[in-house]
Design a protein around this ligand. Sequence first.
Ligand code: 3HC
Ligand code: NAI
Length: 700
Amino acid sequence: MTSPVSYELVDDIGVISIDNPPVNALSQAVRQGIHDAIAAAQQDASKAVLIICDGRTFIAGADITEFGKPPQEPYLPDLCNTIEDSSKLVVAAIHGTALGGGLEVAMSSHYRCAVSGAKVGLPEVKLGLLPGAGGTQRLPRLAGATAALDIMTGGNPIDMEKAATLGIIDHIADGKLREAALAWCRELVQKDAGRRKTRELPVATVADGVLAEYRSTLAKRARGQIAPQKIVDCVEAALTRPFAEGLRIEREKFLECMQSPQSAALRHMFFAEREAAKVRGLSKDTPQRDVNKVGVIGAGTMGSGIAMNFANAGMQVVLLEVNDEALGKGLSIIDRNYQGGVKRGKMSAEHALACRGRISGTTDYESLSDADLVIEAVFENLEIKQEVFATLDAICRQGAILATNTSYQDVDRIAAATTRPQDVIGLHFFSPAHIMKLLEVVRASKTADDVLATCMALAKKIRKTPVVSGVCYGFIGNRMLGHYGREAQLCVIEGATPEQLDGAMEEWGMAMGPLAVFDLAGLDVGYKARQGLPESERGDPRASRVADALVEMNRLGQKTGAGFYRYDPETRRRSSDPEVQALIEREAAALGVERREIDAGEIVDRLLFALVNEGMNILDEGIAQRPGDIDVVYVYGYGFPAWRGGPMHYADAVGLAHVLERVREFEQRFGSENWTPAPLLEKLVATGNTLAEWAKSSSK
Ligand code: 3HC
Ligand code: NAI
C-alpha cells in the first residue's frame, strides 16, 4: 500500500507532503509516514523541514474512526514530541483548517505559516475530549492561558488574523502556499532563526481567581459536561507544572474523557450528523435542479425566518402575503431579526443590509412565476395549504420545487392538490427558523429523486442539518414529541409541579424542560393542532387538560407573559404561579386522579422512554432512515443534550433490556393505550442486539 505521506528534498528543504483525503486525518499510516519522514530528514542534507498537505485542508485532526479501537504506534503525542525534538528546523504550512491533532502537529513544529483564509482550532471538546497530543500544554505557551481556555473549551476555530495576533501563527503566506512556505523556510534558515520549541516558551501567569471563575462559568455554559472542566485542569497544569508533567496530566485526563459515555455520545453525533445527509437509495450522481430565486408564502413566525436563510446564502427571495398589512408585519420581523443579529455581533451592518436587500415582498402570485423553489408557510390547515398549492401549480414554472413547511399535515395530500406531485416536498424548519439548525426534509410518496437531492444540498448551502423523514403525522420530531409531551403533562396531573417536572429534565441535561418549551413555542400552537384533529386522534385527553385550560385563560406562554409559568417582562425569567398549581389540582380532581409524589427518576424515564419507544416505531415503519437520524433531529431541533447522544443512542447506552423493562412496567401501571412496547424494541431485546448493530445490519 502506498503511504499517504511522501518526503522529498527540494533543494535544501525537506518537504513532507500529506495526502489523505478527504481531510488529511492523522490515521496510523499518516502518523507513521510523518514519523519516518522526520527520521529521514535527520540524516539527509535538508536544512529545514516543511510539513504541508495536499487537498482541501491541512490535517483536520486525529482520525476519529480509530477512536475506541486499540491504539496503534506511533502515538500522536510521541509523534508531536519527535517533531519538536527534530534536529532540523520544522515549519508547518497551513491551508483550510488545522484542527485538533492537526494544530497540535503544527504547534510542535518550530514555526507556522498559513494562507489568509485558513483557520485553526482545537475542537476536541465537541467530541467530549480534550486536546491529547500536547495541545493543552503548548497552546497556553503560544497564546496565553485565557485565550487557550477560550479556544479549547469553546471548540470553535479562529481565523488566521486572530491566530497571528495571538502568536499561534508566525507568518501569513502570500500567493501559493507551497512556494511561499518554501521561501519562508529558506529565509528562516538564512536568518539562522533556530529551533524554537514551544515547550520551552514560558506561560504567562494569570491573575488569582481566573481559573476558578472559568470553572464556574463553564459549570453553567457547559452544564453536565466533563471535558471542559478537565481542560481547565490541564491549563492549570500548564501554568503550574513543568511541561513533561503537564503532558502526563493531559494524557491521563484525555484517556478519562475518551472512555466516558459523553465522548462516545458526541462521537456518535459527529458521524450521525454526516450520515443523516446521505439518503439511502439515492445515488450521489442524482442531478440537482438550479435554485437561485426562492418564493416564501406566508410572512408569519416561520415564513419570515425561512426567507432570511436563503437571503443569507445569497439567493433572491420573494415573500408573499395575503395583504399589505400582513406583508409589512412580516418584513418588519425580518428587519428586527437582522438588527438583532448586528447588535449581537453575529453579522456586520453591511452584510445584514446586503442580505436584507435580497428579500422583496409581494401580494401577487405572479411574482412567483419564475421562482425555482417556493416554500409555503401559511396557517396549519390542510384546505388552505391545498388551495395555495393549487394556485402554485397554475402559476409556477415547470420544474420549480414546491415545498411545504407544515408541521403535521399529510404532504401527499398537499401534493395531490397539484398536477405535479413529483415536484412537491416537505421542508420543515424549526422556530426560530433563521437560527435553528435542523431541517426535516419530508419525502412524500411521489417526490422525485432530483427534488430530494436538490433539497438536501440546499440545506447545506443554507447551513442547516437536514434529516429525511417519511410522511406521517408530525414526521419524526413532532410525532415523538407528542409522546414526550403527553408524559410530561400526565406527570403534572399525577403530582409533579411544573418546576419539578422541568427541573428534572433540565438537571438530566435538556436545554429546557418541556413545559417551558411549550410556553416558549406558544401554547396556542398545540391547542390549534389538537383542535384540527378529530377527537379520536387527539391522544390521551387527560394530558392536554391543563394546557387547554391555560389557552382558554389567554395564558399562551411567553408571548402573553404567562403560561405554565409567569414571565418577567424584562428578563423573561420564569417563576412558578400558584394560580397554575391550583388549576392543575382542580383538573386532577375533576379527572379523579389522586396526586402523589413523583421522583425525578420516574419523570426522566417516562419522558425519555416514551420518546425512545415511539422512535422505535418510526424506525420500524421506515419513517426515519436510521436511529442516528432521530438523534440528529432531537439534538438539533429539540434541545436534547448532544453529550447524551440523542434519545436512540441513549437507549443503547442504558441498555435496551432496561428500556423495555421500564416500558413494560409503565404499561402495567399506566395502561397499554400509552405504553405498548414497540415491536422493534422487543425484537432487539429478544435477539440481544443494540440499535447501533441493527442500524449497521439494516444499512447493508
Ligand atoms: N477523522 C476521520 N474522519 C473525518 C475527520 C476526522 N478527524 N474529520 C472529518 N472526517 C470525515 C467526515 O466523517 C466526512 O466523511 P464522509 O464524507 O464519509 O461523511 C468527511 O471527512 C468530510 O467531512 P465533512 O463532511 O465534515 O466536511 P466539511 O468540509 O464540511 O468539514 C472539517 C471539514 C471542518 C474538517 C470537519 O470535517 C471537521 O470539523 N472535522 C472534525 C475535526 C475534529 O474534530 N478534529 C479533532 C479530532 S480529535 C483529535 O484530534 C484528538 C487529538 O487532540 C489527540
Ligand atoms: P403564523 O400564523 O405566524 O404565520 C402564517 C402567515 O401566513 C400569516 O402571516 C398569514 O397572514 C399568512 N397566510 C395565511 N394564509 C395565507 C395565504 N393563503 N397566502 C399567503 N399567506 C397566508 O404561522 P407560523 O407559526 O409561521 O406557521 C406557519 C406554518 O409553519 C404552519 O404550517 C406551521 O405548522 C408551520 N411551523 C410552525 C412552527 C412554529 O414554531 N411556529 C415550527 C415549524 C413549522
